[in-house]
Ligand binder design. Structure first.
Ligand code: KIV
Ligand code: ZN
Length: 548
């Protein structure tokens, strides 16, 4: 939907999971995974999806273009692409965004003296002129232009005001204030937004947005203070993932404004008792979105994470349990259902047919091609043989597992078998199919069954790497629960992750390892297609664009 600065009477949610979130080490996503997340973000109700940085690599360009095509519909969110303040970046973003009905170019140029002197090697007047020129250039492609003075938090406020005035005059419709290094405190950040409102003469022609990193754990608090002082767009990520310590977490911001609506209402000029939501987010989609992002990025959510952590709604102490049983309000400020946590119906079983399976997946928001549906149905039947009742969470695990396992080329797991026990030497026999289609089998012993499986795979795939993290979690309770394995491997300082779900955790471990190996293999095969770090992306030579 089209966003006009003068009509904004709520807080806009700008999700950057697919751009800044993807900058988390090891969280790189392929095109299918990005599209699956973008679809879910649209269901969640975000106003703007920052889908990527199109100039950075052909892979990112194609992913932004596909999201623009599929998710950027008339009723869908605005699709945004990031660009540095250069003509090539802006051109690539405009090209990738063409299929979207509502699109936005987000361009950035640093304004702090430390960035000007050491990174850009530009003077203040040069930055002013460049910012104005590039906004005007971006404006030739579309109306909706966002400008970010990078490192605004450490910039001289007077210079910042001057830059903002110039870019708004040149056509910027949103000015985003980034605390790039996560340095600010809530009252300082609120004061910065207030200062902008009071000192930039044409500020009423643009929406004030904020973007901030969580280096000191203050990002969410900073944003809420910014809202109180006039910010009307929040740039955030699911589960707070992102560069270094991450970004402000979408679920925390949204639920803070939902639960404490009466407190925030007056800051938006509403009566305190107004029931109108402060954001457009369908809060019941929060938990599902969190799981999807965690599974596809292989970034686990810490158990005590606010809102979406496994313990967020668990009451352990007897006193708390007693209180909650007497009256939920004694120890709970929000209902687990409000984030969709208890929407975990047990709907399918062994006798459920393809139609029931397809329609339940549709209700859960998964629209699969016939081929993907067939594959998922085989997985479902296989699971139904082992597990009596299949819940929505199980279905999500199967479909998300298929998304990660099937997308992209690489090694495929054909068979895995282990023998182990207290009097056995753990031994694994593994058969894989190589990218060239050859079936290879080998066996290895290890310190345990998973170690043996990984050693056998290493002998077959011959992709050098170091395993740095391995974890197993169960999707639901019960002895027949699906187990999810998340692993991270390292090669030449870069991290690649993999995730898989299966009732057999040895199979899940083998598949998760192959998923991570395939990402590494893919990066080795196509180094410019998949730059791994933001710095590398930003430093991509022009031939990246020549291949677009
Ligand atoms: O942290 C930052 O400053 C950014 C900009 C590109 C907005 O991510
Ligand atoms: Zn950032």
């Amino acid at each position: 939907m089209k966003i006009q600065p003068s009509q904004v009477d709520r807080v806009l949610i700008f999700d950057t999971t697919l751009r800044d979130g993807e900058q988390s080490p090891g969280a790189a996503l392929n095109g299918d995974e990005k599209l699956a997340i973008a679809r879910q973000l649209a269901r969640l109700g975000v106003d703007i999806i920052e889908a990527g940085f199109p100039f950075s690599s052909p892979g990112d360009f194609a992913a932004v273009q596909r999201i623009a095509e599929v998710v950027g519909t008339e009723d869908g969110p605005t699709i945004c692409g990031l660009a540095r303040a250069t003509r090539q970046d802006i051109q690539a973003a405009a090209d990738a965004l063409k299929p979207a009905v509502h699109s936005r170019i987000h361009l950035f140029l640093a304004t702090s003296d430390i960035h000007l002197e050491h990174k850009l090697k530009m003077t203040r007047p040069e930055v002013l002129a460049k910012a104005e020129e590039m906004v005007a250039f971006a404006k030739t492609f579309m109306d909706d232009i966002e400008f970010s003075p990078e490192d605004a938090g450490r910039s001289d406020p007077e210079f910042l005001y001057a830059v903002l005035e110039r870019v708004i005059a040149a056509g910027a419709t949103t000015v985003n204030i980034p605390d790039t290094v996560g340095y600010m405190t809530p009252s300082e950040f609120g004061g910065l937004i207030r200062g902008i409102k009071e000192n930039v003469p044409n500020i009423d022609q643009a929406i004030i947005s904020v973007h901030g990193h969580n280096d000191l754990g203050l990002a969410v608090a900073n944003f809420l203070e910014a809202v109180k002082n006039g910010a009307r767009q929040l740039e955030c990520t699911i589960n707070g993932i992102g560069e270094r310590a991450g970004n402000a977490a979408l679920e925390e911001l949204v639920m803070a404004m939902h639960v404490r609506r009466q407190y925030f209402n007056p800051f938006l000029g509403r009566p305190a008792e107004s029931e109108a939501p402060l954001t457009n987010i369908d809060t019941r989609q929060i938990f599902r979105t969190s799981r999807l992002v965690s599974n596809l990025t292989s970034m686990l959510v810490q158990p005590n994470k606010a809102i979406v952590g496994a313990n967020a709604f668990a009451h352990e102490s007897g006193i708390h349990q007693d209180g909650v049983l007497k009256n939920r309000l004694t120890y709970e400020i929000m209902d687990a259902q409000s984030i969709g946590l208890n929407d975990n119906q047990i709907v399918l079983g062994k006798l459920s047919g393809r139609n029931a399976f397809r329609s339940r997946l549709k209700e859960l928001g998964f629209e699969l091609s016939d081929q993907d549906l067939n594959r998922a149905f085989v997985r479902f039947k296989d699971l139904a043989d082992k597990k009596k009742e299949i819940s929505d969470r199980d279905l999500e695990a199967i479909v998300q597992d298929e998304t990660q396992t099937q997308s992209g080329v690489g090694f495929a797991l054909e068979r895995v078998q282990v023998s182990c026990g207290d009097h056995e030497c753990p031994t694994a026999t593994v058969t894989i199919r190589t990218p060239e289609g050859q079936e290879l089998t080998d066996a290895a012993v290890g310190t345990g069954p998973v170690d043996a499986v990984y050693r056998a795979i290493n002998r077959l795939a011959e992709v050098p790497n170091q395993l740095i993290e391995f974890s197993v979690q169960s999707v639901t309770a019960g002895i027949d629960a699906i187990g999810e394995v998340t692993i991270r491997i390292q090669h030449e300082g870069r991290i690649y992750s993999g995730h898989s779900a299966n009732t057999d955790i040895i199979v899940a471990s083998a598949q998760a390892y192959l998923n991570a190996l395939n990402r590494l293999f893919n990066a080795l095969q196509h180094p410019t297609q998949n730059p791994q770090t933001f710095q590398e992306k930003a430093a991509q030579p022009t031939q990246a664009v020549a291949q677009l």
